[in-house]
Design a protein around this ligand. Sequence first.
Ligand code: GAR
Length: 193
Amino acid sequence: MLKKIILLASGNGSNVENICRFFEHDDNIGVLGVFTNNPKAGVLKRIIPFGVKGIVFDRTRFTNGNLLQEIKTLNPDLIVLAGFLWKIGPDWVQAFPSKIINIHPALLPKYGGKGMYGRHIHKAVKENNEHETGITIHYVNEEYDKGDFIFQTTVPLSNQDQESDIANKIQLLEQQHFPKTIASLLYKDIDEI
Ligand code: GAR
């Protein structure tokens, strides 16, 4: 395996599942493991068919540096936050410059920051009668949802769209674009070797 991905997730895991499926038969890129802060997260079940290892950690291990140390020893080429809700510390950003990316289910800089995740975003988008929404894939820096953009795309909304419709549209965009964006980042490196 030339390029190794580590995934961090907190919940359902539809993005993690997609990424695992996308790279399942890729000889160059593979998923080393999925780290989650939530022992009940659906993501742990979703990765079983792919034989990908799931690792649960708690707040202490996350904040005292032990988890970062463990991840450093795995030497990943990319750390992907796929529905991961804890804030990444500056020690992580320094240890992995331009190697941590996040997906956000909105058109940043709108609907970003603390507390803005998942359905909270779709609710706000609906309440504001937005005519479009979308996804942003970006590098992670010290501030929530503020890192440089890698990819952004939009989807139109109609007045009839309810929160659940918005969520479905976003999930579709995530499925279409997240694994491909990860592949293009890593293949750019491979092509330069
Ligand atoms: C995804 O929509 C992702 O964009 C979002 O959480 C969802 C996780 O779904 N992330 C954030 O809101 C980060 N601020 P999943 O667990 O099914 O992949």
